[in-house]
Ligand binder design. Structure first.
Ligand SMILES: [Fe+2]
Length: 398
C-alpha cells in the first residue's frame, strides 16, 4: 500500500511537531529526533554523518515549522538551526506504533503433504531469483533443481542467497557415510528434525543441502515447520509457549580433537527454543535435542519446563507435521535454519552393500543478515509489494 505523503496540517507542540496526513493518520516527531535527523548532516542509511548526539542540546525545541515554496517542511529550532525535510521521507520514517518497522511479513505454515516451490537454478538478479528468496521467506523451504554436482555448483547456489559462511565445519561440508563417525550425520541412522548450530550465538540463517548422490534405500529428507509448531502452541498451551520463549537453555558442542572436516571446538550458547521479536511475533526457532546440555533452568520451573519441552519435541516428531521427500542428484533444498527443522530417515542397503547404501549431500550455510539483505535488494529491484514488510529476525541467544 502506498502511504499518503501529503500533509494536511502541521502543528508545533511543546515536544516537536505533529503532522496530520491527508489520509487521516497522524505522526509525531520530537524536536531532538528532528534535529538529529537533519538531512544537512548526512545520511544515516549510508552511515555517512557529520553530526553526533553529543552535540545535541537536550533542551532544544522547535520554534517554527511550515511548508516552504518547494513543498518541503522547513523547521526552525530554538538554537537558530534550520532544517528542511522531505514529507515523503518523514512519512516513511513515522514511528507511531502502527508505523514502526512495518508489518511482519506474513508466513504460511506447512504440514505433511505440502509441495514446496521448485526453481531451476536462477540467474543472479532475475525475477526468479527474487521468487526463490521470497518463497523461502514465505514457506521456510524451497527446492532448487539443475545444480551442478561439483562444489562450484553448490557455491553458485549459495551466492544467490548471500556470502558463504565459514565455520569449524569448513566452507562446504560433505555429508557422506564415514567409517569413523564423529557426527551422527555421517552414519546411516535416522536424524530427528532439528535446527543446525543451536550451540552458536548466531546459527546459520539460510542453509543449503545439495544432493550429489542419493541413496537407493532410504535417506529421505524431512522438514518440519517450527513456526507452525510455535503458533499452534501459543494457541493451545499459552503457558508452555511463554516458558519456551522466556527461558534460555544451554546448547553445546564440545570436541577436543580436530577431525576430518571439523576443528576441535567448545561451542556453547544459551537461547530460548522459541524467540520473539520486540513486537512479540515469533521470530526464530532453536532446537536440537542432541545438542541440549543438561538443563540449568531454575528448580522451581524445571517440571513445567520439561512438560513444555516434551510437548514441543513431540510436535517436532509428529508425522502429520513432516514433509518427507527424496532429493535427487542435482537438486538442493534451501531452508530457513532458524525456522524450519530438518532431519532424514535412515538409509543403507538391506544387504549392507556399500555401493547401494551411498548417499552424499553437501551442506553450505549463509548468515541470516546476508540472506535478508539480498532479498531486500531484489524486492527493490523488482518492485515487489512486500518490500516494506519486515523479515523474521531469527533465534536469539546470550
Ligand atoms: Fe542438521
Amino acid at each position: 500500500m502506498e502511504l499518503e505523503t501529503a500533509a494536511s496540517t502541521i502543528e508545533v507542540t511543546d515536544s516537536g511537531i505533529v503532522i496530520r496526513w491527508s489520509d487521516g493518520a497522524r505522526s509525531r516527531f520530537h524536536s531532538l529526533w528532528l534535529r538529529d535527523n537533519c538531512p544537512e548532516d548526512g545520511d544515516k542509511e549510508k552511515a555517512f554523518r557529520t553530526f553526533s548526539v553529543v552535540d545535541l542540546n537536550p533542551d532544544l525545541f522547535v520554534l517554527f515549522a511550515e511548508r516552504n515554496d518547494f513543498g518541503d517542511l522547513a523547521v526552525e529550532f530554538s538554537d537558530g538551526h534550520e532544517s528542511v525535510f522531505d514529507f515523503e521521507w518523514l512519512r516513511a520514517h513515522s514511528h507511531e506504533a502502527h508505523d514502526r518497522r512495518g508489518k511482519p511479513r506474513s508466513v504460511s505454515h506447512f504440514r505433511a503433504g505440502h509441495s514446496f516451490d521448485r526453481f531451476e537454478l536462477p540467474t543472479h538478479g532475475s525475477a526468479e531469483h527474487c521468487d526463490l528468496l521470497e518463497s523461502v521467506a514465505e514457506w521456510g523451504v524451497a527446492i532448487v533443481t539443475g545444480v551442478p554436482g561439483d562444489e562450484s555448483g553448490t557455491e553458485a547456489l549459495a551466492r544467490l542467497l548471500g556470502r558463504v559462511r565459514e565455520t569449524d565445519f569448513g566452507r562446504l561440508f560433505d555429508i557422506v557415510t564415514e567409517p569413523e563417525v564423529w557426527t551422527l550425520s555421517q552414519s546411516g541412522l535416522a536424524l530427528d528434525p532439528h535446527t543446525d548450530d543451536p550451540y552458536r550465538y548466531t546459527p546459520s540463517g539460510a542453509s543449503i543441502l545439495h544432493c550429489v548422490e542419493a541413496s537407493s534405500f532410504g535417506g529421505d529428507s524431512i522438514v518440519v515447520d517450527g513456526f507452525g509448531i510455535a503458533a499452534d502452541l501459543r494457541d493451545d498451551e499459552p503457558d508452555m509457549f511463554d516458558l519456551l520463549t522466556e527461558t534460555s537453555v544451554p546448547f553445546i558442542r564440545h570436541r577436543t580433537e580436530s577431525v576430518d572436516q571439523g576443528e576441535d571446538v567448545h561451542l556453547l550458547a544459551h537461547g530460548p527454543i522459541i524467540s520473539l521479536d520486540r513486537d512479540y511475533e515469533i521470530s526464530g526457532i532453536r532446537f536440537h535435542e542432541r545438542s541440549l546440555s543438561p538443563l540449568d533452568v531454575a528448580p522451581e520451573i524445571m517440571g513445567d519446563y520439561y512438560r513444555s519441552l516434551i510437548r514441543f519435541a513431540k510436535d517436532v516428531n509428529d508425522p502429520s507435521r513432516a514433509v518427507v521427500f527424496r532429493l535427487q542428484p542435482g537438486e538442493a533444498i534451501v531452508y530457513d535454519n532458524q525456522r524450519v527443522l530438518h532431519g532424514r530417515t535412515a538409509f543403507g542397503a538391506p544387504d549392507g552393500s556399500e555401493e547401494a547404501g551411498r548417499r552424499h549431500l553437501r551442506l553450505c550455510t549463509i548468515d541470516r543478515d546476508q540472506f535478508h539483505s539480498r532479498l531486500r535488494r531484489l524486492r527493490a529491484d523488482h518492485d515487489r509489494p512486500k518490500a516494506n514488510e519486515r523479515l523474521a529476525s531469527g533465534a536469539s541467544a546470550s
